[in-house]
Design a protein around this ligand. Sequence first.
Ligand code: AHR
Length: 503
Amino acid sequence: MKVICGNKHAVGRADRLLYGHFLEHFHRQIYGGVFDPASPFADEDGFRTDVLEALRRIRTPVIRWPGGCYVSAYDWKCGVGKNRTPTYDKAWRVEESHRFGTDEFIKLCRKIGCEPYICTNAGTGTAEDMSDWVEYCNLRDMGRWARLRIDNGSPEPHRVRYWSIGNENWGGHEIGAKEAEEWGRLVREAAKMMVRVDPTIELSAAAIPDLDWNLRLLRDAGPYLDWISIHGYWGNTANGLVPDDYKTVILRTGEDISGSIDRVRAMLTALGLQDRIRIAYDEWNLRGWWHPNLMETWDRTRLRREDEAFYRDKVIGERDKNDINSVYSMADAVFSACFLNTCLRNCDIVGMACFSPVVNTRGAIFTHEKGLVLRPQYYVFELYANLLKDTVLSLWQEDVPTIGGRIGNDEKTVNLVDAVVTWGDGAYAVSAVNKDPDGARDLELCFLTDAPREMRLHTLNGPSPEAYNDVDRSPVGVSASGWEPFAGSVTLPPHSVSVIELR
Ligand code: AHR
């Protein structure tokens, strides 16, 4: 494949928030993940220092919290103060201790050096609850909630800049689901109160790439919004935990990813909002989380007979199967790189993306009592967040190899090589994915200006498309060359993700 570009023609600046992450009160993401006071790795505040270091190593820019479905029945006031009374979490059907709440989340973000992004409860919550949370976090000392934060040991405001109204309230699966008409009104009323507390916050609202839902939301509340949130999970978990095979995964790296961005871009443009509202893809992962028997309507009749054993084994116990590290292979790394490349190609309108989640469940970092497993997708963030430059260049592609196949009844064709060229500090950095499961592919790079003479190649790979890391093995990782002459093209190994530095 041949790529032609020049540093005089850019798509836009890639916001660093594209390399963001998400953590929810689900399974072992918080308790046993980032927060584990009993762990030998715990610091004085109960955070796992090895996890903190792994999150700093990938220059985490933002973490979205506390949910996800969890937030749609979450009363944030239970999670602050000296006495935390456990409550029953109706979203995930477990007891929530509330040992980790707003102040602990802020402390976590400070230790990592990232921005906090709070998703509020628009399920059972009211506009007042949401704006009280902004008072607690961002008012200096006026009113009961700022004073409570001070009493709880934080004299200075938390200065939370990013806020989302609701999580997937469009879906029947969500507690407090809403119809389009009521959603636009609730978002407007909540936004009105939240910005009156702190006009400097940036506001998002839960959305989907659906015309009716978004048009109503944007008509009713568009003037208050800076972001519109959409989510994406692509792998097929309906068939249990058998992961999609590698070829099926790469067939999902085309329009399956870009389509949702294109549709929301079209809606924002139709309403003339494309220069004021950006897309926050604030939950994305190749694989949806595994949590069967969650009392969805189709479970209801079957679960009437639920007993202790069924609850223990088939509702809660099943969630441990998210921890099977062999599920997360080079397919996850290749897909994640293609997702981020798609966001970079659309960086004029996609400003944030949060990998869902970053620790445990389907995450990039797996914790166990003796340490961490860095899953293949972790290294994509290490390469992209540390090596890619800020400006994404427009590019022209020739001789693009493709692969075809079917997913169910859908015939798909996707490019086998996916490249994005970035520019900054007088140098280029190219992200290049070779999706081909078998063959190496040459990438020819033609620069119209400032043609580079030297290159340094960083390649994430494993011995096969199914390669994975686990507690006792780590065949997947990054190899890097030294600086060497750049002769105009690079050979990309099969099933690999590379970043090529050029100067
Ligand atoms: O499977 C996890 C859930 O996926 C998140 O809680 C929710 O936001 C999304 O539907």
